[in-house]
Design a protein around this ligand. Structure first.
Ligand SMILES: *Cc1c(COP(=O)(O)O)cnc(C)c1O
Length: 953
């Protein structure tokens, strides 16, 4: 059955098609007419014809199913869901059954206050999620016994690959050999191999039970417990590695660490893993929070984001992102990794699972999983099935001499998936959800009768944990559901998310995440599937993914798509690896130069380095376009070694560059491939297709253009789309029959669990809706540019003076004359009830605004009015009416505590501080802290929950 067959039963729809698109697009037709008048065009079509270069304009109709209503889309998703058959999973391998506490599911995972938030770059309005992330870091640091943990990575396998590159940067050993435990998760070994090859790292998989360590290596990856379930004491191996100057990364199961000795206690340098089994559904592979923690001394090399404690203008403790100078936004090709979007929402869920259960509750869950496995094993042994003699935590390895497939099939008949290790071995993992009934079914599948009476406990235990964890009061104070509910509410109330107002972030497309799109992700048929479950149990997912890949290929003009990458950054890597594979396949091994315009997003350069390429920067001209003369020069200089150019279209300057077709041709003529960063696809859908205007490969960001919510900094999905000559080089996976290159994610389809969101968006918008959204987004950006142009210079524009879907406001001349900075304007916008635009990217000293199609005219005007009022305040500072160091801008944001204090010594009234603009005062959003001193926190790094005393006056 195909999707079209599924969809044919609908009779007359209850509402006209296109009704969803009308609700997704914020402004009405009448509002669009008024906006067009301001911009100076008579129709959106006329505007788009003027804005988009004729050379790339595509005039067809997208070959997508016509728009479904919300009810139809849900009905079709239900039909797809019914073709998934979630079974009891005892497959293990890094994915486990878990109960998401209902209070967390409904009030975090299903709550727009959490899932529509942006990355906490504006910490004053992000204190709630920053606190939750600090809790996450504390959970990881405590359980792994390593002091500094980051605020999430993309999954366990990519975290393990990041550990490898960290070990290489930090270690003293000269070797290029990375030793990997043969008992590591197979998908982890595969991702490590993908990531090692372009960097010239030799991965040596070693059976550490039987083989010696090589004489020289720079790092060692251990799995704890092993994929087989075996728990080993790695103390001697860690010491041996350290003797050779190598670093040791331990991939550890957080639940196991509640009872087993922690990696920090045996001297490990790095711990990595997944927080999935802390309440996050398996979701057919993701999204889940990967984690990494490190010993002291390595914190400045940690990949990804790190939350730290600092202080605000009153000296009160406040949270913000720490050590951001490590990241790609600043360090580009020298960054610690290319990670940008991570897994914030999932890290929040995992942290709340720990808050909900507390240390004793977690220990009880771990002990119960272990007890279940122990019972299971004893029953097997009593029934004559031999098992591995060594200690285990939750996973039993049974020997069945040639009968493995038969046992696995017998278990499947009873609704249980067991792991087929090889013809002679079956793996069985217990977890929080395992019941006696499951054990009985497993015994039956092995042909063993249920044991009676007390089971013997003859087996050895692994190294036991001797240290405490989660002693901070936050892990014991919210244990009743009432307390938990209020804690979640209190934190989300501190934050500004899309459910409060516009988040006009350039380059991030904070559009509507419709409730209908979100609904299916927590249905058990989508949430409770293990990524390596047999294919016939996941037919619904396969159809959904096939639809989505086909539709994404259609809208981008490419021939093949893989949804495996877990974020845009990973899509970039996958796309560049496809280019690398292509050149090498043709014997062009020497092609390793990647041209990147100076305006590019920081991930581009960082990804190119990870793909083994050398970054050569191409200049931009004074209009913000790629300087074609400089491009010619760089191509000439590197002609023989040219691998690729990586450009963003429309450019990160928010402009449709007219030279794009020429640029593609020049690079192709020199034998290079063209990578178009598709993060800005919101300006193109239905109007131009990168695969048709000369590009060979793109990644898309489903968490921007295709409505997956930002989650406060993740999840994301970064599909990679290619023309046919590159399709062989798309990522494959050891557990998938699809051929391809190595995997870039732990799961074959990456974060499959959130793909229904983008599927629903495309299904409900249909071809017309998508084009209309693009037109509305471009009109909104041009409307903002037109209204603000007289108050702030708009830095770049293209054809006819128009911008694309975003515009850059240049504060630099204003800063020069008034001393007021982008920071001051961003923080003052909080007083006006807004999230700030993107600051100082891609040009320092500017603000980039992307209104998206989802905001209505009233909200756009409220924003423009606020910006204009702020400009008048700046003029008052410039005129000397307020001192440069005491005015509403430098003191912003103003807290309730500040403006209601008995003393008020500032030269402007409290009402202006608190209630600027025309808004309803009763609806005021109050920031919980004053402006935060970021530098202080970097000098005094604290990355775990501070003790309660820190909050005393
Ligand atoms: C957001 C973005 C990226 C990175 O995507 P992530 O999902 O955050 O990794 C890359 N390029 C551009 C232009 C972007 O806007």
């Amino acid at each position: 059955m195909t999707q079209s067959e599924l969809s044919c039963e609908s009779s007359a729809p209850a509402e006209p098609t296109g009704a969803f698109a009308r609700r997704h697009i914020g402004a009405s037709a009448d509002e669009h007419r008024r906006m067009l008048t301001t911009v100076g065009y008579s129709s959106i079509d006329e505007l788009m014809t003027a804005a988009i270069p004729a050379a790339i304009r595509w005039h067809g109709t997208l070959d997508l199913p016509a728009a479904a209503t919300e009810a139809e889309a849900i009905a079709q998703l239900r039909a797809l869901a019914e073709h998934n058959r979630p079974m009891v999973s005892m497959l293990g391998l890094g994915y486990h059954g878990t109960h998401t506490p209902a209070v967390i599911r409904r009030n975090v995972l299903e709550s727009p206050a959490w899932y529509t938030a942006y990355t906490p770059y504006q910490p004053e309005i992000s204190q709630g999620r920053l606190e939750a992330l600090l809790n996450f870091q504390t959970v990881v640091a405590d359980l792994t016994g390593l002091p500094i943990a980051g605020a999430s990575l993309l999954d366990e396998a990519t975290a393990a690959a990041e550990a490898m590159t960290l070990a290489r940067r930090a270690g003293k050993a000269k070797s290029n050999v990375y030793v990997v435990d043969a008992d590591a998760l197979p998908q982890t070994i595969a991702v490590i191999a993908t990531r090692a090859e372009p960097l010239g790292i030799e991965v040596r998989v070693v059976d550490l039970d039987r083989e010696e360590l090589p004489d020289e290596f720079f790092g060692l990856h251990l799995q704890y417990p092993g994929a087989s379930g075996v728990v080993r004491d790695h103390t001697a191996l860690v010491a041996a590695a350290h003797e050779r100057g190598a670093l040791v990364a331990v991939a550890a199961d957080l639940l196991a660490l509640c009872v087993l000795r922690e990696p920090g206690a045996i001297g490990a340098d790095i711990a990595v893993g997944s927080a999935q089994r802390f309440g996050v559904p398996m979701g057919f592979g993701g999204p889940h929070a990967g984690y990494m923690s490190v010993r002291a001394g390595l914190e400045r090399m940690l990949p990804g984001r790190l939350v730290g404690v600092s202080r605000d203008a009153d000296g009160a403790p406040a949270y913000r992102l720490a050590l951001q100078t490590r990241e790609q936004h600043i360090r580009r090709e020298k960054a610690t990794s290319n990670i940008c979007t991570a897994q914030v929402l999932l890290a929040v869920i995992a942290s709340m699972y720990a808050v909900y259960h507390g240390p004793d509750g977690l220990r009880a869950i771990a002990e119960r999983a272990h007890a279940m496995a122990t019972r299971l094993e004893a029953g097997l042994r009593l029934g004559g099935v031999p098992t591995d003699e060594r200690p285990f935590f939750d996973t039993v390895l049974a020997e069945v001499s040639g009968r493995a497939a038969q046992v696995v099939a017998a278990a499947a008949e009873r609704g249980i998936n067991l792991r087929l290790v090889d013809a002679d071995h079956v793996g069985i993992s217990c977890d929080e959800t395992t019941t006696d009934e499951h054990l009985r079914a497993v015994w039956a599948a092995f042909g063993v009768s249920e044991p009676v009476g007390e089971l013997p406990h003859p087996r050895p235990e692994g190294p036991a944990r001797a240290s405490d964890y989660l002693t901070n009061p936050v892990f014991s104070e919210h244990r009743s559901e009432t307390a938990m509910l209020r804690y979640l509410r209190r934190l989300s109330d501190k934050d500004y998310a899309l459910d409060r107002g516009m988040i006009p972030l350039g380059s991030c497309t904070m559009k509507l995440n419709a409730t209908t799109e979100m609904e299916p992700i927590t249905w058990p048929e989508f949430a409770d599937l293990h990524p390596f479950a047999p294919a016939e149990q996941a037919e619904g997912y396969r159809w959904l993914i096939a639809d989505l890949e086909r539709w994404l290929a259609e809208v981008t003009g490419y021939d093949a798509v893989s949804v495996q990458p877990n974020a845009g950054s990973q899509g970039e890597l996958a796309g560049l690896l496809a280019i690398r594979g292509y050149h090498r396949d043709r014997g062009d091994d020497h092609r390793d130069v990647c041209l990147i315009p100076s305006s590019a997003h920081g991930t581009n350069a960082a990804s190119a380095v990870m793909a083994g390429m050398r970054v050569v920067v191409v200049a931009c001209d004074e209009n913000g376009n790629v300087d074609l003369a400089d491009l010619d020069r760089k191509i000439e200089q590197h002609r023989d070694r040219l691998a690729a150019i990586m450009v963003t279209y429309p450019s990160t300057h928010g402009v449709y560059e007219t030279g794009i077709a020429q640029l593609c041709a020049k690079v192709h003529d020199a034998g290079g491939q063209v990578y178009v960063d598709g993060a800005n696809l919101n300006a193109l859908l239905g109007y131009a297709k990168p695969g048709r205007f000369g590009a060979d490969v793109s990644h898309l960001n489903l968490h921007k253009t295709f409505c997956i919510p930002h989650g406060g900094g993740g999840p994301g999905v970064g599909p990679v789309a290619v023309r046919s000559h590159l399709s062989r080089f798309l990522p494959g996976h050891p557990f998938s029959t699809d051929k391809g290159a190595g995997p870039v994610s732990a799961a074959p389809h990456g974060s499959a669990g959130i793909l229904p969101i983008s599927w629903a968006y495309l299904r409900m918008m249909g071809p017309d809706g998508l084009s209309r959204a693009t037109g509305a987004a471009v009109l909104a950006a041009n409307y903002v540019a037109a209204r603000l142009r007289d108050h702030y210079p708009v830095l770049y524009s293209g054809n006819s003076g128009l911008v694309a879907h975003e515009c850059i406001l240049d504060l630099r001349p204003i800063t020069k004359t008034s001393g007021v900075t982008v920071d001051d304007v961003a923080k003052r916008l909080i007083d006006y009830g807004f999230h700030a635009p993107t600051m100082s990217f891609p040009v320092a000293g500017t603000l980039m605004v992307e209104p998206t199609e989802s905001e209505d005219l009233a909200e756009l005007d409220r924003f423009c009015d606020a910006m204009i009022a702020i400009r008048a305040e700046i003029d008052q500072v410039a005129a000397g009416e307020w001192p440069a160091d005491d005015n509403p801008l430098v003191n912003a944001p103003h807290t309730a505590s500040m403006v209601t204090a008995d003393e008020w010594a500032h030269p402007y009234p409290r009402t202006l501080a608190a209630y600027p603009g025309q808004g309803d005062r009763s609806e005021k959003y109050w920031p919980p802290v004053r402006r935060i001193d970021g530098a202080y926190g970097d000098r005094n790094l604290v990355c775990a929950c501070p003790s309660p005393e820190a909050f005393e006056e």
